[in-house]
Design a protein around this ligand. Structure first.
Ligand SMILES: [Zn+2]
Length: 248
């Protein structure tokens, strides 16, 4: 059975059959970590030499402790993570259905631990001097090759269980955020602590509270479908990728 070094966290709404494009499920696990359960994670086999872990991922109140997600991935031998989320457009240039590659983030989460060091379980060595990009530039380029013209965006990661207010939307824009996301942060910081390679892809699903809320015309569904089509090639590219800036 092929081993998989890539995990795709799917925080977008897809028809149940859509992931069939990544091959049949050959293994399924719920992983017990010191931070609670993670999963189910499905191992999908694309060919005799190609496989990928896939985990449905949402920002519901019952969501997995982000530490459990990253810890489990590490234990399974995952080295690289693609987190595919839906997000709210803060930048008025961005339209519904537009996918963006995440370039940087602002952490605005209040409930979720963003470090493993509040516990003594991992014994990892934090490098406080590191300011390398939290999102892997090489994985980002791979996605941009497959979805040409994809803009880069700064995400503000939140974990409140409501929509942003108009005043918050203006504040986030003033800070330089382009997109608001519920599922990318603090996973990105935890992955960095674990010395894993991490990339974020966000499909715009709606407009910030301070903008006109236009009717959806099916743009999101069409865009998600286009992005799903590129995933098998992405898995292949990443599996054969040489060392990247993250050191993986
Ligand atoms: Zn990398």
């Amino acid at each position: 059975m092929p081993t998989a070094s890539l995990l795709i966290l799917i925080a977008v709404l897809l028809p149940p059959s859509a992931l069939g494009i990544l091959g049949e499920v050959v293994d399924e696990r719920i992983y017990l970590t010191p931070y609670g359960e993670a999963g189910p994670l499905a191992l999908r086999k694309l060919s005799d030499s190609l496989a990928v872990w896939v985990q449905p991922y949402t920002g519901l109140p019952t969501r997995t402790d982000p530490r459990a997600t990253i810890f489990a991935a590490r234990q399974l031998g995952v080295q690289r993570i693609l987190n595919w989320d839906m997000g709210i457009a803060i930048n008025p240039v961005l339209q519904r259905g537009q996918p963006v590659i995440v370039d940087d983030y602002i952490g605005w989460t209040s409930h979720q631990p963003d470090t493993f060091f509040s516990d003594a379980h991992t014994g990892l060595d934090i490098n406080l001097g590191s300011v390398r990009s939290p999102f892997c530039p090489e994985l980002g380029s791979a996605i941009q090759q497959l979805l040409p013209g994809l803009p880069e965006a700064t995400v503000v990661g939140v974990d409140f269980l409501r929509r942003e207010t108009r005043a918050e939307a203006r504040m986030f824009r003033h800070w330089g955020a382009d997109v608001l996301s519920y599922n990318l942060v603090p996973e990105v910081a935890l992955a960095q602590e674990m010395k894993m390679c991490y990339t974020g892809l966000v499909t715009i699903s709606g407009y910030a509270a301070d903008r006109t809320q236009s009717e959806s015309m099916g743009e999101v569904r069409a865009s998600l479908s286009t992005t799903v089509q590129m995933l098998p090639t992405f898995v292949e590219m990443v599996t054969h990728m040489r060392r990247c800036e993250c050191g993986v």
